[in-house]
Design a protein around this ligand. Sequence first.
Ligand code: PMP
Length: 382
Amino acid sequence: MAMTRSLAQGPAALARPSARAGAGPPFSFAAGAGPLPRAVLRKLRADLACHRGTGGSLLDLPFTSLAFREEMERAEDNLRELLSIPPGYDVLFVHGGATAQFAAVPMNLIGRSGQADYLCAGYWSAKAAAQASRFGQIRRIPGARGPGALRIPPPGEWAVDPLAAYCHIVSNETADGVQHQAVPETGAVPLVADMSSEFLTGPIEVARYGLIYASAQKNLGIAGLAVVIVRHALCSTALPGTPAVLDYRALAEQGSLLNTPPTFAISVARRVTDWIREQGGLAAMRNATLRKSSRIYAMLDSTGFYRPTAAREERSRINLCFSLLSPELEESFLREADRQGLRDLKGHPACGGIRVSLYIGMPEAGAITLAEFMREFERRFG
Ligand code: PMP
């Protein structure tokens, strides 16, 4: 209770050295949707009232209009430039979030041999594998649990089945807080990555992957859109019965306009990727992600009060998970943080604990303010 009163009464107790005007609380550390960069929000506000050149709102742009075509082309060009996507890859804008891709990936790719390998290091890779098993034979390569910590299957301890049509990973496990630190070696077997929470947080080597997919609501904008980047040559063996809206070849042939696309979400993606370019591209995003996460991890590592759940070598720079001594202490942490405008820190229901999501829209002031709050919370309760 002493803590409650002190935090509620004394803003001085929580110094915010670099919280500038307009960059102070509230901050949402939610795992999805993540916060939009504030500059993008301001741009959207203006374009909602009057979209350049059309006089109408960005919300109701007809998908057949030249203005919308420009939005979508610019979003694609930005992604191609930011990620240095090599020739031979299609960029698709699709409905249904990443979950629809849990089914679309096997429907499009598994036909080559009827079997696929799934590295299962957490909640979302298990979900992806469960969906895929409706369409073929799925071999699950499980992550181990060390002493209190999750582990991604280490490279030397598994080998891809050469007969697999593809090998699937979740590059950053959003719920568990573990992240692949290197791209797994899969030889001639195409590597497929769900990058939903890692997408655009740093450069990636697209040529190492046969297919990358990501839902938009974490780092690319808002819910209702997912992006698929797929080597064109892989898209020839969709299973019979694959619906057109999930068929990569059909989508590529129609330039993702097989039906009305999520127009507003695509326009948001265009503005987010414009903003990333203005900030200096994906190298700048990686540096900001490292700075924000280092600040929180420095806090976590300086004390036994907070208990990080992932092994140090593979903990996530994007979704940082930890627990406290008791569920009661976690509840009061969440309650006090919320009062200070530090919101949505509750861990995924399947994993519990506390989760700090640091997507690209989270300003550094958010990580600084949270670290200060954590220090103060420990001082009172530790
Ligand atoms: N994969 C990962 C890694 C995720 O983090 C999520 C959502 N948190 C999903 C898939 C599911 O995404 P959606 O809700 O867009 O279907």
